[in-house]
Design a protein around this ligand. Structure first.
Ligand code: ACG
Length: 454
């Protein structure tokens, strides 16, 4: 399988309102086929007040800007008819502050008060998130509640069995609408506050038990054929714990290690990453180009040749690779936690950014017209990134065994790395030169930025 992350609002518009939508996605089957994509991850499609959609008002309804539930089902059916599976993003950790549960809780209504976490005298209410300066506790009308992703998205209280039950109903509902599985958002945050100690603390054991419960529910609805991937942005050893339960987890270290190695011009981080994350594991790692929470690939690796190497590494390593929409074109964008829109710009179908299907929900800052990153320009240029990506995805499709493979015998010098990928029956040895000069490795000569398969 080759996955593709789509930010719905930005991808393809079917009704000329400038906002990407479900039917727009359904119309782009030919593009997915050209790119050999057979798994789509949709960022949240639920009713939500924000542009990003991670704060939900109604789990059982769609965002009307994207279409109705019927449009959603039409999109899923169309993709299925073309052999493409669909997984939805599922933010279960928190809801919008406009969700009826939270509104009722603020009014003191039972049972909703117990759906959320409220301050107690021994809690440190000035505690900040460990990765930035955001507060965990929020005061509204004298009531202080917990929200790890800000005051507009209060966390649900999973100590309450009723909340657990509600979350399982959501899982069941969407599987019955035809989806093939989920991307579990913020998977390590379900239990991340130690109520006894009154401080932030991930309880990975409890989280994993919860996700196991969700998977059991999903399998009971859909049989064994559920695909799920967790988002746990943490050290590889922690990601491992979730991946073992769910079957697949995003390998953040892969993205970070390759970007960093190529910026520094030495392969050491890649070597460390491969040895820690891609050796034989009881699950499928999910390596990816980038996502909507980070600087775009082309922003970090400005040279197209470097990005071609990135795709070479991505498509020759084990598991389920994911491409972030537009990375195959070289779209640019800097992530900033207060202005994340820059990495979710409209997908450029045309050089002029104008034509059928083009989304224009926001003004572009990074991917302006006629700057080379559109599908039209990429397809008309010889040796473009998109054409190289298509070659790599074709290779991947012809070698599906790679999904269940692992890496062995990693060797390296400063600029080159070699690795064997095998599933015990098939095998390839890959040689990669991340530098702009000729190199040789184990007697294999490598051109600048070459990925060679033996
Ligand atoms: C998901 C979504 C994101 C979404 C939410 C909330 C969660 O993809 O778009 O926000 O629904 C943390 C969380 C992730 C979260 C990101 C944005 N992503 O854990 O679940 O924030 C460190 C921390 C991570 C942290 C990361 C952020 O450990 O937990 O992710 O920093 O940069 C190495 C280390 C690793 C370290 C990294 C980076 O890899 O091993 O530990 O990660 O370096 O330093 C959306 C919106 C928000 C809105 C929210 C409600 O985008 O604006 O507020 O919804």
């Amino acid at each position: 399988m080759i996955g593709y992350e789509i930010f719905i609002r930005s991808f393809a518009d079917s009704n000329d309102d400038g906002i990407g939508d479900f039917r727009g996605i359904a119309k782009k089957v030919d593009y997915f086929k050209m790119l050999n994509i057979d798994l789509i991850w949709l960022t949240p499609h639920f009713k939500s007040p924000s542009y990003h959609g991670y704060d939900i008002i109604d789990y059982f309804d769609t965002n009307s800007s994207f279409g109705t539930l019927e449009d959603f089902r039409y999109m899923v059916e169309t993709l299925h008819e073309n052999g493409i599976r669909v997984v939805i993003d599922l933010p279960l950790n928190h809801v919008s502050d406009r969700h009826p549960w939270f509104k009722a809780a603020m009014e003191g209504e039972k049972p909703y008060v117990d759906y959320f976490l409220w301050a107690q005298p021994h809690f440190n209410l000035l505690e900040k998130r460990h990765w930035d300066e955001e507060l965990l506790w929020h005061n509204r009308n004298g009531k202080v509640y917990y929200g790890v992703f800000g005051g507009s998205s209060p966390d649900l209280n999973y100590e309450n069995p009723e909340v657990v039950e509600k979350s399982l109903e959501i899982v069941e509902f969407w599987l019955k609408q035809g989806v093939d599985g989920f991307r579990f958002d913020a998977a390590k945050h379900i239990y991340d506050y130690d109520v006894k100690e009154g401080r932030f603390r991930y309880d990975h054991d409890k989280n994993v038990i919860y996700w196991q419960l969700v998977m059991d529910k999903a399998r009971s609805v859909k049989g064994g054929n559920v695909f799920a991937v967790t988002e746990v942005w943490d050290d590889p050893e922690i990601v491992d714990r979730y991946a073992k339960t769910i079957g697949c987890s995003f390998n953040f270290y892969f993205t970070e290690a390759i970007r960093e190695s190529m910026q520094h011009g030495t392969v050491y981080k890649i070597v460390d990453c491969f040895q820690r994350t891609l050796t034989k594991k009881p699950y499928k790692p999910s390596n990816f180009t980038g996502n909507h929470d980070m600087h775009r690939l082309a922003q970090m690796l400005p040279q197209e040749e470097q990005r071609k190497v990135f795709f070479g590494l991505l498509m020759t390593t084990p598991g389920v690779p994911f491409i972030y929409y537009g990375d195959e074109l070289g779209m640019k964008g800097m992530y900033d936690s207060t202005f994340t829109e820059d990495v979710i710009e409209p997908f450029p179908w045309y050089a002029s950014l104008s034509g059928e299907g083009q989304s224009f929900w926001k003004a572009v800052r990074f991917n302006r017209a006629f700057t080379g990153a559109s599908v039209e320009e990429q397809l008309s240029r010889e040796n473009s990134l998109l054409k190289e990506v298509i070659n790599w995805t074709k290779f991947r499709k012809e070698n599906e065994w790679l999904e269940n493979a692992w890496i062995e015998n990693v060797t390296h010098n400063t600029f080159t790395i070699a690795y064997t990928v095998t599933d015990g029956i098939n095998g390839i040895r890959v040689y990669v030169n991340i530098s702009g000069h000729h190199e040789s490795h184990e007697g294999v000569s490598l051109k600048p930025y070459e990925v060679k398969i033996m």
